[in-house]
Write a protein that binds this ligand. Sequence first.
Ligand code: ZN
Length: 188
Amino acid sequence: MALSIVHYGDPVLRQKGAPVARFDAALARLAEEMIDAMHRADGIGLAAQQVGRALQLCVIDLRGMDDHFSWRLDASSPPLELIMPLALVNPEVTVRPEPVTRYEEGCLSFPEIRGEVLRPDWVSVRFQDLHGHPHELECDGLFGRCIQHEVDHLNGVLFIDRMEPGALDPLKPAIDRLQRATAKARSR
Ligand SMILES: [Zn+2]
């Protein structure tokens, strides 16, 4: 069965993900189903919380995005087609505080709500793949931003938490409506 994506107002989005300890077929299947759900929704990233599972697992697929960004994975620069879709297990992010960039983000758990978020441009992330093998990725631009957005999810942090008041305030009515609609749907 296809996974459905939970919306803001579902408490699972505020849960910190448990570390993944078993790199088994069930984990591989969950990642595959998350990738499928992300593609169906035309998203570029999805965290386990967004399919109702509080786990340290997220998936990313930036193929076809023409924004300029660079990356190094395990000290080489493989073509994007070779590394995407990318599943990150137990990721730990380190950011370089400067420079920061401003960019309008969306989130599959906030349909039709978009807002500008300031984030550091460059990140380094240590993670495990679906077999448990460790990797180190350095990236910037949209790639770095996407990683930060998804890893925030794994810690129960949402993009609205990162918005400055000027970006967040105009969105508040829509966010409140979404939260109420989610609560109502959950109480049925
Ligand atoms: Zn999101």
